[in-house]
Design a protein around this ligand. Sequence first.
Ligand code: C2E
Ligand code: MG
Ligand code: MG
Length: 429
Amino acid sequence: MTPLFVAQRVLLVDDEAFVLKLLARQLQNLGYQQLDSCDSGLAALERLEATTTAAAPPFDLIFCDLQMPGMDGIELVRNLALRGYAGGLVLVSGEPGRTLQTAERLARAHGLNLLGALRKPVDPGLLREVLTRHIAAPQRATERAAPAYSADELRQALAQRQFVNHYQPKVELASRQLVGAEVLVRWDHPQHGLVGPDRFIGAAEEHGLIDELLKTVLVSAFEDGRAWQQAGLVLTLAVNASMDNLSWLGLPDFVAEQAAAQQFPLTRLVLEVTESRLMTNPLAAIDTLTRLRLKRIALSIDDFGTGHSSLTQLRDLPFDELKVDRSFVHGAAADPALRSILESSLTMARQLGMSTVGEGVEDLADWGVLRQAGCDLAQGYFIAKPMPAADLGRRLAPAQRDPAAGLRHRSLSRPGTRPGTRCRNQRSR
Ligand code: C2E
Ligand code: MG
Ligand code: MG
């Protein structure tokens, strides 16, 4: 039988000899021949070091038990990350589900190539599934080697207008109507192609250029918003702001002036704020947020449940909308812990009079869970990926030409299918 996993040097780490034997047998049945095993985390690290220095290639895949005397699985995972282990990793454990899930998250946070986590005794079908998943998943090691951009490069990009807005639809769960879009900036880099914000926002903050970036994003968003409005599409636009942007006391006035210039009503602007790092100037941030609110701009707490986007923020700041982080949305249907965090976040938001958005809706199950939990809006790949302004316009264009087609968009009306998009408040002709 051909191995599922093409590169096949496998290391099994477990303190129970019986488990090692059983797992080895299961892998052999799937065609794996080059199997090695260790009965402790320490022995595994030694083996890894020995193989990496020898002529033989290092292991391609490691199965790691969590509960082991001496160095446990969590410590081994940490050490694998420290040594830059780039192969696949499967966690195996007899521990209750939540411990295993936490370990999974930890391994991912370390940047390891985690294929999955399996409960003991390992189910052969699930084992096969995890290995198959790996073949489809791209290696992320090269993706992570992002260049760090200098102040000069960023300044030049700003001057040459290389930053472009993409738009990701936000859909009302109850009606399946498109009600707005999140504005997500990209850098159309002459050499690196389309670069995502995670690779330059930090640099822009570091080099003190984040306000300049926000200005270009806002101005383009108002321009696109105006064009859509003229075409009869009424959309609420949600722009992301960094914590650093909130130290700029002139932000509320800048927003008001630019919106007025494009006749974009401020009541249709949402500012999404994530507190990815501690507020450097909390007084200025509260000042700015309160003045934005006074201008009727809606404030959204983004990535709720992660980092510092938390209860303290809700207590202290005048938020109108809560966006539950995608780590609590995707997969919540099958995970009771995620589901209860999701549901209680939504309940709390409702009690505080806030509207709610679930982000990271990747499949029908995610959509269903949000719907059941009474979430207002959904956003995610299941609905649509972020796209250039022209594409969003084109997607909505047929509906515009024939309002009836828009209102009864076929993919919208069939239950159990992708929700698709249609536009609310569309001008009827
Ligand atoms: P965010 O505000 O939480 O935006 C959502 C991110 O999740 C976007 O990534 C979006 O492409 C991605 N996403 C949407 N649906 C799904 C899904 O179903 N599954 C998965 N796995 N991901 C999904 P993107 O565009 O790479 O942006 C990353 C972050 O960069 C944003 O997170 C936001 O915090 C930040 N960002 C984007 N634009 C700006 C900006 O103009 N200014 C600032 N300061 N930050 C920005
Ligand atoms: Mg956002
Ligand atoms: Mg988010």
